[in-house]
Each structure stands twice: as C-alpha cells, then as structure tokens.
Design a protein around this ligand. Structure first.
Ligand SMILES: [Zn+2]
Length: 207
C-alpha cells in the first residue's frame, strides 16, 4: 500500500534523515502517544483525565514558556506517570535562527522542564548543525511516525481516528497537540484512538 506523506514519511526519508527517532521499538506491538505545545489549563488536564481513564502513559513535548507559567501542570503530568520533553522555550522554528540562539532557547526551556533529554523540534524543522548540536548535548530528538493533523481545523476527529487506523504500525510515535487549536477535535478523537490501539493489541508506552 502506498502511504501519503502528509501522514507518514516514506521509509526512505526516515532512513535518510538520521540522528532522530521516527519510530520506537519496531520489534513489538507498541505505540507511543505524544502531545506537543502544552501545558495549558484548558486542555492538558482533560488529556490527563482520558489517559487516566484508560490507564495509558504518554509523552508531552512542552513549550518552556507554558511550563514556566503553569508549573503545577508540569508536576501533574509527571506525577501521573507520563514523560515530558523539550519543545523549545517559545516554539522556535529552528532554521530561522543561529545554532547558538537555538541551543540557548532550548537550554532556557530545560530549566523549567527538569532537565529532560527528550526533544522535539517545533514544526519538525531544524538545521543539520542544530541537529548535531542537540545530539552532542545528549538530547534524543523525537519526531513522529503518524501525524494526526489535529492542529488543522480541516480535519474532523473522525478523520484523525482514520489516519491512526491506517498508519499505526509497530513502534509508531503518534503526534497530537494539547493546544487550543486542537482542543475539542483532539479530545473527541483520543478515546477512540486509545480504544482502537488497545483492541488491536498495542501496548502504549512513553518514549
Ligand atoms: Zn509544536
């Protein structure tokens, strides 16, 4: 079956673009739910409630300035058994700034993100030099294997569930956002996504 690069990068692209994690463990039926751009009081606690209901863990790539504003949400995410990752301090697009500025911004987020060594570049974009610098500082750079497009109002929750069903495979990292833009459509899709994955025999883990 031919995939659609809007939802999943071809194996060749994933292979060529190295030094990043596109997929987790490919040897077993495991998938990883990830949420970017939070934490936010109107969205993140509702995601946590759903995850708690199904007893599944997830990984949250947080924006430093949100984490600084809502430290109690950072704490809540960690206490409920989830992992946090760095998503820069203010959702910086890598290629637009120098590597030095980029790394300073990442380090600034690090302070409020308890020194996590998981990193996801906003927009999935960074220069080769930035990728190298991140790897040298011990960051594990995680992209994704399945893009739900939850941030795009053109996608209904039904379409998001359909994307997950069509593209999830062993080790898939599934990308969602606990952001204002994704809010209701993402929250409507999430229980269906988890139920589907569990029914298919996937174990959900953190990165
Ligand atoms: Zn983002």
């Amino acid at each position: 079956m031919i995939g659609d690069i809007r939802y999943q990068m071809p194996a060749m692209v994933q292979w060529l673009y190295r030094g990043v994690t596109w997929r987790g463990d490919k040897t077993r039926k495991v998938a990883y739910l990830t949420f970017d751009d939070g934490p936010l009081p109107m969205v993140t606690p509702r995601v946590l409630e759903i995850l708690k209901h199904y007893q599944v863990p997830a990984t949250f790539f947080m924006v430093g300035e949100n984490a600084e504003r809502y430290p109690e949400l950072v704490q809540m995410v960690i206490e409920e058994g989830h992992k946090i990752g760095n998503h820069t301090f203010n959702h910086l697009k890598g290629i637009r700034v120098t590597t030095k500025d980029y790394m300073n911004n990442v380090a600034k987020a690090d302070v409020v993100l308890q020194g996590t060594r998981l990193f996801r570049p906003p927009y999935g974009k960074m220069s080769g030099a930035q990728k190298k610098a991140l790897n040298e500082r011990g960051y594990r750079i995680c992209l994704w294997d399945v893009l739900t497009h939850d941030y795009d109002a053109a996608y209904s929750s039904e379409q998001m569930v359909a994307i997950v069903k069509r593209y999830t495979r062993h080790g898939s990292i599934i990308n969602f956002h606990d952001s204002v833009k994704s809010n209701e459509r993402m929250l409507a899709a999430l229980p269906q996504v988890i139920e589907y994955l569990q029914n298919e025999g996937y174990v959900l883990e953190t990165l």
